[in-house]
Design a protein around this ligand. Sequence first.
Ligand SMILES: *[C@@H]1O[C@H](CO)[C@@H](O)[C@H](O)[C@H]1NC(C)=O
Ligand SMILES: *[C@@H]1O[C@H](CO)[C@@H](O)[C@H](O)[C@H]1NC(C)=O
Ligand SMILES: *[C@@H]1O[C@H](CO)[C@@H](O)[C@H](O)[C@H]1NC(C)=O
Ligand SMILES: *[C@@H]1O[C@H](CO)[C@@H](O)[C@H](O)[C@H]1NC(C)=O
Ligand SMILES: *[C@@H]1O[C@H](CO)[C@@H](O)[C@H](O)[C@H]1NC(C)=O
Ligand SMILES: *[C@@H]1O[C@H](CO)[C@@H](O)[C@H](O)[C@H]1NC(C)=O
Ligand SMILES: *[C@@H]1O[C@H](CO)[C@@H](O)[C@H](O)[C@H]1NC(C)=O
Length: 531
Amino acid sequence: MAFLRRAFLLLFLQVCLLHVSVLAKVELSMNETVDVYIGDMAEILCQYTSTNSDSKPGFLIQWFVAERGGSRSRLYYADANQKLIDSGTDYTDRINVVTDEKGTRLSIQDVRLSDEREFYCHVNGLAAGSGVRKTHLRVFAPPDVPEIESVTTGISVTKDTPSKVASCETRNGFPKPNITWYRDGEPLMNESGRVNIVILSSRMSNDLYSVQSTLEYKVEKEDKDARFSCEVSFFVPDGIRKFESPSVNITVHYPTTMVELWKESPQGLVKEGDTVELRCQGDGNPPPHFIFNKVEEPDVNFESSRDVLILSSVSRKDSGTYQCHPLKGDGVMEVKGEVELKVHCGPELVGLEEVVQLDEVEGRVVNLSCEALGNPLPSISWNITGSQSWHEVDKKTHKHMTHSVVSVKVTSDITAECNVSSDRGSGVKIFKIKAIPRVTTTAPFTPEGSGVIIVVIIVCLLLLAFLGSVIYFLHKKGKIPCGRSGKQEITKEKTTKDEIVVEMKTNTKNEEAVLLKAVNGDKKGPNDQPL
Ligand SMILES: *[C@@H]1O[C@H](CO)[C@@H](O)[C@H](O)[C@H]1NC(C)=O
Ligand SMILES: *[C@@H]1O[C@H](CO)[C@@H](O)[C@H](O)[C@H]1NC(C)=O
Ligand SMILES: *[C@@H]1O[C@H](CO)[C@@H](O)[C@H](O)[C@H]1NC(C)=O
Ligand SMILES: *[C@@H]1O[C@H](CO)[C@@H](O)[C@H](O)[C@H]1NC(C)=O
Ligand SMILES: *[C@@H]1O[C@H](CO)[C@@H](O)[C@H](O)[C@H]1NC(C)=O
Ligand SMILES: *[C@@H]1O[C@H](CO)[C@@H](O)[C@H](O)[C@H]1NC(C)=O
Ligand SMILES: *[C@@H]1O[C@H](CO)[C@@H](O)[C@H](O)[C@H]1NC(C)=O
């Protein structure tokens, strides 16, 4: 029935065209394309004007849609007497046509992806002429926001080829959206050997597109802090729109190139009986297991946890140089950390005090010297009890050193405190001088001549070094074992910044013991207590 009517009409139009076209013409105006979001209503307007303006328009209007095969199906027909929507088409229930003297408007409800076709407007003005034009209806579906997923396992920088770093997917888009990758906001493009972007797109059951992009990337150590993101760009009726994904990071594995070993606890001096914790840290990721040993016994490995060595109840024999190095494995280089451990004994080191005990013959004058190194420059103050006659005979400061000498006359047992302080901390050195009655001296005592013995003690507190010396002026004539009136060498010890180190050179101690023995006639060295 519809077919017959159409055949008749076409024939009719043909006849009319032949007769009228030379006389008059209908000018049709339609937009080439009409864009619409999926689900919305599309409106396709077909405007007409006749060159034969005199003739009263008796328009015959038809809307057709192009079928996949190339044929056209009529959707609507209207003439002076009737208006009808053709039944049995995809559009029967979804279209509406409004026509007036200037044009006809086809409205399509609830646009689907399958409506992306060409719609034809046929107008036959009889005496006024006829015409046909078309509009391409374009349908748009904005895709879902992209979903990004990074690789959660660590990616090694030692791999030669790009590794999968992240994948990004967006769904339900039409037409096919694009995905762009970003590293810290900078777009990433395919780059041989460095960046490889693999795109996979598919048509979903609803005919919309799903696009998946995988970023393969040659990872460097710097990428440990990098943020990767993807962006989906898609066409919409009025241009291009973009959605950005959240950014993700990756775990980068890189080899250890540097190792540090330090004493975590206790802070300050290590005494016998302490539990010492040495911690090893490298710059690699993941942190390797470390092996600990002592330089003095290179073949003996300590039992340790991943990066901590615990030495419980240490004794002086635990002193030495400790080393840690990463357990051998892929990409592990020959690197090691070292720390020197010194275990001190003697309770006199408790707190920040130390005591130097000396015996001295009554009546003698003793020069006590105290030196402190530090930045900022430390100051020295003295508190001397037991002697009525003492005074500072020398005070020097230069650069980061303060030096003070007090001259003390031994009249009874003396306690002399040298207090060194700066805003980095303070330390006290105590000299305890036991006065020995002159009558017990067996060695000849003569006021002439002089010898000097210096007990070298370095106290390093924070950045503060504290050097104290005891200078004896022995008024003695003739020969005494160290009678050369010269100073023993002051021993300076490399010190770590958070340790107090008390050192006495063995030979100095012996010489002093010998000297004092000679001086005092005493069998016992005055400085036998350990420092
Ligand atoms: C063509 O499209 C424009 C913009 O959408 C619209 O303003 C105009 O009315 C349309 N013309 C016709 C003939 O449909
Ligand atoms: C990158 O290169 C791969 C092949 O190496 C190709 O499949 C992919 O489409 C390219 N990606 C882009 C965004 O050009
Ligand atoms: C997607 O990429 C193609 C090829 O580079 C380009 O022609 C097109 O305009 C892009 N589409 C969008 C929405 O950016
Ligand atoms: C990666 O990002 C998460 C969350 O922003 C953060 O908790 C994590 O520490 C980051 N990891 C690295 C290796 O930067
Ligand atoms: C103590 O030292 C000062 C400065 O070095 C020196 O001048 C003084 O003579 C010394 N005192 C004695 C008793 O030797
Ligand atoms: C000086 O030393 C004595 C005895 O050690 C002590 O009692 C006194 O408090 C000290 N004075 C100062 C100012 O430190
Ligand atoms: C040492 O001197 C500083 C500064 O004068 C003071 O704060 C500190 O208490 C003194 N220490 C001792 C043990 O006298």
